[in-house]
Write a protein that binds this ligand. Structure first.
Ligand code: FAD
Length: 456
């Protein structure tokens, strides 16, 4: 009998398993594949490895802009795939080692909640029931598709397949211009594919700051991505020469369709029927103060949770919150407001807190202040001075949101994460001096202007 049984070894589950050692809790972690989940094996890490490969390719392709002469690069897809696999394998190995060091019992098999503190597991050696005082469900998510787009893994694929391409896919149609769709569009256009993005909503990155989304779209369009925004696609027309994507009175022919229309929760066959846990459109409802479901002693974390962001680090935070509640009985709610959201395209788009519309929906009267990367020395040095930083502050009040589009936006956003998390006033945050020349000077300048003064 363990103190905690965790079903699912992705970021939500493995963070909970690792964090439990702080309270001397014994843990059994049930995982049907290898620990790491979507994030390590077919999500964040491999996707970012491919994006970095594209960045290396682009850097070499444009080396002459900096007076460095080299031959035009050629992408060796098999070698790049090997690099991606090595990165994933290394991190999975590291995670396994850490779980082992922390004394977590990893049980390989398919688990289903059995009610109470039990989880029934189908292992290679038959069925067994694992019992715990508390159970955390962290079964994660799968790539959804839409009618008319049956995934065959070859010509109609999801990110699961695209991350394992060992040769150029040729012409690619991407259905869905959200984070995953845009990341693939950025990577593919940079390594020479023809890319068409189809988005049903009226902007790419739906839910993001519209100005940031437009800035990204402009840069991707300039590099050759063809956008079809506000369109609904008809069923795929699979032929010998390619796949047709009909939309309105138009049609585009591609070699491969990548469907990236969001991720559904893995809640269908995990034994939830044996519990009192409640669902909302398939996602598990929890008390966000402690991640408890309606079933006593059953917690849920990560992508399966209703109404929380499907992000690896949101899963980490929820795993920590569940363990803290199990160990101490005290609520340790996740501050979702201050969780950064990053799209790792080129350029990156990073956000934290509210954009203007979201702040106004909450009845806040806000002012937005922007500063362009255009005059930022370091951005000019590296040849990436397009984009901007934006800070949203309540009038005569604290900073409640921010977005950055530009070089290293995914790193820069963290200083604004502190500002949002600590509810800093623009003048308080602006009082600190940034190093020169640094990309983060764009943030310093934005804060200075937000505080009513400006320098450059
Ligand atoms: C292409 C792509 C790129 C992404 N990029 C980012 C990014 O840059 N940053 C970011 O924050 N997020 C990113 N995400 C999202 C991120 O991967 C998820 O938010 C995160 O993995 C969710 O963690 P989780 O623990 O809830 O679920 P998962 O990571 O899905 O893990 C669930 C685990 O449970 C196991 N499991 C499920 N059911 C059972 C069962 N019945 N028995 C045993 N085991 C079971 C699964 O095998 C899996 O290992 C990306 C996702 C994709 C697809």
């Amino acid at each position: 009998m363990a103190d905690v049984v965790i079903l699912g070894g992705g970021p939500g589950g493995y963070a909970a398993a690792l964090y439990a050692h702080n309270f001397d809790l014994s843990v059994a972690l049930i995982e049907k594949e290898r620990p790491g989940g979507t994030c390590l094996i077919r999500g964040c890490i491999p996707a970012k490895q491919w994006l970095h490969i594209a960045e290396v390719y682009t850097t070499v392709a444009h080396a002459a802009d900096f007076g460095v002469i080299s031959d035009q690069p050629k992408l060796d897809w098999a070698a790049a795939l090997d690099r991606k696999n090595q990165t994933v394998e290394g991190l999975v190995r590291g995670l396994k080692g850490l779980l082992d060091k922390r004394g977590v019992e990893v049980i390989e098999g398919y688990g289903r909640l059995a009610g109470g503190g039990g989880v029934e597991v189908e292992t290679g050696n038959g069925k067994r029931t694992v019992e715990g005082d508390a159970v955390i469900l962290a079964s994660g998510s799968y790539a959804r598709t839409i009618p008319g787009y049956d995934i065959d893994g070859k010509r109609i694929v999801t990110s699961d397949h695209a991350l394992d391409w060992s040769q150029s896919p040729g012409r690619v149609g991407i259905i869905g211009g959200g984070v995953i769709g845009c990341e693939f569009a950025s990577f593919l256009i940079d390594v020479g594919s023809e890319v068409h993005v189809f988005e049903m909503m009226d902007q790419i990155l739906p839910g993001s700051d519209p100005e940031a989304a437009k800035a990204l779209q402009r840069q991707l369009k300039n590099r050759g991505v063809k956008f079809n925004i506000g369109v609904e696609v008809g069923p795929a027309e699979v032929g010998n020469a390619g796949v047709g994507i009909p939309f309105g009175d138009d049609r585009v022919e591609v070699d491969v369709v990548l469907v990236s229309v969001g991720r559904g929760p893995n809640t269908e066959d995990v034994g939830l029927d044996n519990t009192k846990a409640e669902l909302e459109k398939g996602f598990v409802k929890v008390d966000k103060a402690n991640m408890l479901t309606a079933e006593a002693g059953l917690y849920a974390v990560g992508d399966i949770v209703a109404g929380t962001p499907q992000l690896a680090h949101a899963g980490f935070a929820e795993g920590i919150a569940a363990i803290t509640h199990i160990a101490t009985g005290n609520p340790a709610p996740v501050d979702y407001r201050a969780i950064p959201r990053v799209t790792y395209t080129h350029p990156e788009v990073a956000e934290v807190g509210y954009n203007e519309a979201q702040a106004e929906e909450r009845g806040l009267k806000v002012t937005a202040t922007k500063h362009s990367f255009n005059g930022v020395g370091r951005a000019i040095i590296i040849g990436q001075n397009q984009g901007h930083a934006k800070v949203i502050a309540v009038e005569d009040g604290p900073i409640v949101g921010a977005s950055v589009v530009g070089p290293a936006a995914g790193e820069l956003i963290h200083e604004l994460m502190y500002a949002v998390g600590w509810e800093a006033l623009p003048a308080e945050a602006a009082a600190f001096i940034h190093a020169h020349p640094a990309l983060s000077e764009a943030i310093g300048e934005t804060l200075l202007t937000a505080a009513g003064k400006s320098l450059h």
